[in-house]
Design a binder for this molecule. Structure first.
Ligand SMILES: [Zn+2]
Length: 391
């Protein structure tokens, strides 16, 4: 027997083959991995006793034969996922396949500060665990999305504009002290991108998701994984300058930022100036649904402005799916029609020949689902899962 065959690393590597959920026999796994049957058998035993695998034979219940087929057991642990917005949060407990077991919407004011908000998230999380019939000891981890820039590696928000008191706050340390579970944090747009990707586009490798609401941001999926860049700032496209001349000043201090021109807040301001009172993305959406011509025109133009910036992203990154979501996308086809118009006009044929520009399909589930997958993908990866085998 060579070195490493009985090591946790070898067992963790075998587990990766079974993560797709398909049941396999020991003989199939031996053929698939090239490992000796005895090695496979020992690793399977370790994984069965950890709970990460289960027997999946149907024959066993009727024929009394000893079970021979094993499969990934999504019920082995659970994940607490929280998509925290400016004024509300969505929380869920999921299994290891990302399926929601219980969930809850909660009114929350992000401006109340990290300790108040996170304590509430943890308290509600405990209640949801109880509701799901599970305990804190079953937690694989906690995934949290926040409405501002986050340095993913440390889990600390960085100069978030609408989150007073959160700058540099150690979110993972706080949540771990409360719930005793490892905690991962990212911005809300990234977790939405991941949730939408895993639910609807997993057969594609490269996707861009754009959220158009009070602000504008995007999440990039590259080779099936979130591309965060070196500091977690990748996809933060709200402060790219729109190509056409504009003297609109942005809250960041620059002039002509996409967010200052094409966000829900920017359109509301333009409408108000034109004599149609509006203060939020929701107002703009209501006006558009009621057929307000100025609202529809501004939304269409916002789509074009966003599309011009996205055309650059399409040229640099060549995704096959471009999904558009966020509060303003609820106004109907006008936003996405503007995006399509500009992207197809400003991109070369090779980049757009297989490009689909589509509305978000997951609705408001995308964030909480992505927060769960962020934890699952991290904790069940080969290098991490070993820690579950020794417990
Ligand atoms: Zn700006």
């Amino acid at each position: 027997m060579t070195r490493g065959e009985l090591s946790p690393a070898g067992t963790a590597a075998l587990f990766q083959f079974l993560r797709d959920g398909r049941p396999r026999t020991r003989a199939e796994l031996s053929a698939e991995t090239g490992l000796a049957r005895s090695t496979v058998a020992e690793r399977i035993d370790t994984l069965l006793s950890s709970g990460l695998l289960k027997f999946s034979d149907k024959a066993n219940s009727t024929g009394g034969r000893p079970p021979t087929t094993v499969a990934f057991n999504p019920a082995a642990r659970v994940v607490l996922a929280a998509d925290v917005g400016a004024t509300h949060a969505k929380l869920a407990v999921t299994d290891l396949a990302g399926d929601v077991l219980v969930e809850e919407d909660k009114v929350l004011d992000i401006a109340a500060g990290p300790e108040v908000v996170l304590r509430e998230v943890c308290d509600r999380g405990r209640a949801l665990l109880t509701q799901a019939g599970r305990g804190e000891c079953d937690l694989l981890g906690v995934g949290i999305g926040l409405p501002g820039p986050v340095e993913h590696l440390s889990g600390k928000p960085t100069n978030p504009p609408i989150m007073p008191g959160w700058d540099g706050f150690d979110v993972p340390a706080f949540v771990r002290a409360e719930l005793g579970a490892p905690t991962l944090v990212d911005n809300d747009v990234n977790i939405m991108a991941l949730g939408e990707y895993r639910a609807h586009w997993a057969e594609h490798e490269h996707m861009v998701f754009v959220k158009v609401a009070t602000g504008i941001g995007s999440g990039l999926i590259s080779y099936g994984r979130l591309h965060r860049g070196s500091q977690g700032a990748a996809g933060d496209m709200g402060h790219v300058r729109v190509p056409h001349d504009t003297d609109v000043r942005c809250r960041c201090g620059n002039v002509g930022c996409l967010e200052a021109v094409a966000s829900g807040a920017a359109i509301a301001a333009k409408l108000t100036e034109a004599g149609v009172p509006a203060t939020s993305s929701a107002d703009v959406v209501t006006l558009a649904r009621n057929g307000s011509v100025p609202a529809l025109q501004y939304i269409r133009q916002a789509g074009r402005d966003i599309g011009e910036v996205l055309a650059t992203a399409v040229s640099l990154f060549n995704p096959s799916v471009l999904a558009v979501g966020g509060a303003l996308s609820l106004a109907g086809e006008h936003l996405i029609a503007g995006v399509r118009e500009a992207v197809y006009q400003r991109s070369l044929p090779l980049a757009t020949q297989n490009l689909r520009i589509v509305p978000l399909r997951s609705g408001d589930e995308a964030g909480v689902s992505g927060a769960a997958f962020m934890v699952i993908d991290h904790a069940l990866a080969a290098g991490q899962v070993e820690s579950l085998l020794t417990q």
